[in-house]
Write a protein that binds this ligand. Structure first.
Ligand code: GTP
Ligand code: MG
Length: 575
């Protein structure tokens, strides 16, 4: 679904607006985006009272989430008449309280996200909001923070002064990306530019937390103390515009907050329904919440309850944001994996750049897909990149075992007998001085997996070393926390073969196209010749490959011919 953002993301009524791209997750700019957060925060997330630390410019995922969650709770989502005057709109909203931030975006109509300075303003806005008057239908009287701005007067003309360019919220089409990258001057710049084009924006990130907060309002009808937090690529630093929104319904805050039990005498306890298995409780809760989302949730469509999956979930589309949502509960290990990936991404900027490039490359060649199947998932692919970075000499990132060894008592975490402990204090992590460039790393990544012995070895980021495969599966990637599981169990032999063949081809291609044809981009008859990373995103010649035998490279002339052919087609499409 395409979503566009209009002029600004800025303080209400400010005369000049700054469009702030998301560097929320990126290391340097993270501190900038969240500079108002105190150095030490103590937040209550679920059962954990987490001491959140910011050291050397690093911020833990908890700090980011707590900050974002607080913003979301003070926000409303308003569908606007597409020709409503922006200034008039803001003036009306400002009647209810101070507006902290706002932005507009387009997703089958214009929407505004407005964040107030405090929650009282949201309450007062909701107090002043009318119930729709309809004559032929009946309403579900559930009030949420998803509203519609109506205009009884003649349609306003759009505000001329605010007609700034709208920012796209979906990632740019691959052809456009190829063109953009071809204009860069080095492969390192291409990789950085790719990350900038694809990473989540500040606005998109806020919208994700707001959708969680709106969902929480539904779940809170039954569980007032629950929280709903995003996890996965929405927050782990590797999210691409348009990625799904994975949500975690956290009910531990309810069972965990126990009144102190007296040593003797009387005390009261809640009567609670029981079930034999925790899984059954999770399924029942998700079933009921899923039903409520379906029946009462404004903007939530296509609700499917997938309760028999290994991790039961409710899947739906949140139409106003355009997000494909997966709501899970009792999924703490996935939260820990998210935190781990976030930590790795924060340790060295090359991690995020390489993951983005490899994810983008994999998507361009349909190695990954948004549809579940026998393909490699983005999560598996990310773990493969991390493993590769651990295998550099010297390693760029430490092993998970090392991160566990650095953990303090406050980091101790065991979930269903799985040791999920790792250090949260970034300042304890000493990195080795590896100075490899992104270009070197990308080439080496393809080389590494071109010749990896998938037949006998397992990828293991806990040890940072290949291990013997414990089971028969084409691709074995040990689950970092549930160590008996293989995160790529779903991958079949032919998908792995394609991956290997594409690594071989890409390794060759990048070697052949390492330099820009001429400095500053080559322009022949108005066309830009792909080179470097761009060539890796062009249609591949190995789509139908079946065998895992190392591919014999075709003569360069053949390759270049087909490359130029693809380029011609791309230019035709663009013109
Ligand atoms: P995209 O949604 O494809 O952008 O990436 P994602 O990282 O969000 O992947 P996905 O939505 O499939 O899964 C969400 C999160 O669940 C991941 O980031 C992991 O933390 C976790 N996860 C996904 N698959 C597995 C798995 O096989 N094992 C484990 N332990 N966790 C998984
Ligand atoms: Mg996801």
């Amino acid at each position: 679904m395409r979503m566009r953002i209009s002029p600004s993301f800025g303080s209400a009524m400010a005369s000049s607006f700054t469009v702030c791209r998301l560097h929320t997750i990126g290391r340097g700019s993270l501190a900038k985006c969240l500079q108002k957060v105190d150095t030490f925060l103590h937040r209550n997330i679920g059962t954990n009272v987490v001491a959140v630390q910011e050291k050397n410019g690093f911020k833990s995922l908890y700090a980011v989430q707590a900050e974002r969650q607080e913003q979301a709770e003070k926000s409303v989502l308003i569908s606007c008449h597409s020709r409503t005057n922006e200034q008039k709109f803001l003036k009306y909203i400002a009647n209810y309280g101070d507006i902290q931030k706002y932005f507009f975006y387009e997703s089958y109509g214009m929407y505004a996200v407005v964040e107030f300075a405090n929650q009282e303003s949201v309450a007062s806005l909701l107090e002043g909001t009318a119930i729709p008057s309809i004559s032929h239908e009946s309403l579900v009287p559930f009030k949420s923070r998803l509203l519609s701005m109506r205009n009884l007067d003649a349609v306003d003309l759009p505000n001329q002064s605010s007609g700034k360019k709208r920012q796209a919220q979906t990632s740019i089409p691959i052809n456009e990306l190829i063109q953009r990258l071809s204009k860069e001057e080095s492969i390192d710049q291409q990789i950085t530019s790719l990350t900038e084009a694809y990473q989540l924006t500040e606005e998109n990130c806020r919208l994700r937390f707001l959708v969680c907060s709106l969902l929480k309002d539904i779940a809170a009808a039954f569980f007032p103390e629950c929280t709903i937090m995003p996890f996965g690529s929405s927050v782990n630093g590797f999210g691409k515009l348009g990625c799904d929104l994975d949500m975690f319904l956290d009910l531990d805050g309810i069972s965990g907050k126990n009144a102190t039990m007296p040593k003797s005498g009387l005390f009261l306890e809640y009567q609670m329904k029981r079930a034999n298995l925790e899984r059954i409780v999770t399924q029942n809760i998700l079933s009921v919440i899923g039903e409520c989302v379906d029946q009462f949730g404004p903007g939530c469509v296509g609700v499917q309850k997938i309760l028999n999956a290994r991790c039961p979930l409710v899947r739906f589309v949140h139409q106003p944001s355009g997000f494909q949502c997966d709501l899970t509960a009792n999924n703490r290990v996935a939260m820990k994996s998210t935190e781990l990936l976030y930590l790795y991404g924060e340790l060295d900027p090359r991690v995020r750049h390489l993951v983005f490039t490899v994810r983008c490359w994999a998507r361009a060649h349909s190695i990954t897909s948004s549809i579940p199947g026998a393909w490699i998932s983005n999560f598996s692919l990310t773990v493969m990149v991390l493993f590769f970075l651990q295998r550099r000499s010297p390693p760029i990132i430490p092993t998970l075992d090392h991160l566990r060894d650095l953990a303090g008592p406050e980091d101790k975490c065991v979930i269903e007998d799985n040791d999920c402990t790792f250090v949260s204090d970034f300042s304890k992590i000493q990195l080795e001085s590896n100075t490899e460039t992104l270009e070197q790393l990308l080439c080496e990544f393809f080389e590494f997996y071109s010749s990896f012995s998938f037949r006998t070895l397992s990828i293991n980021i806990r040890k940072g070393k290949e291990q013997n495969k414990p089971e028969v599966a084409p691709l074995h990637i040990q689950n970092p926390f549930e160590t008996t599981l293989n995160v790529s169990k779903n991958v079949n032999a032919s998908q792995l073969d394609r991956f290997v063949a594409l690594c071989q081809e890409s390794s060759w291609l990048i070697q052949q196209n390492k330099t820009a044809p001429s400095r500053g981009g080559t322009k022949a008859k108005g066309a830009i010749t792909p080179w470097g990373v761009s060539t890796l995103l062009l249609p591949s010649q190995v789509a139908g490959i079946k065998s895992r035998k190392r591919r014999k490279f075709e003569p360069a002339s053949e390759r270049i011919k087909s490359l130029l052919e693809s380029l011609k087609n791309i230019n035709k499409e663009l013109n």
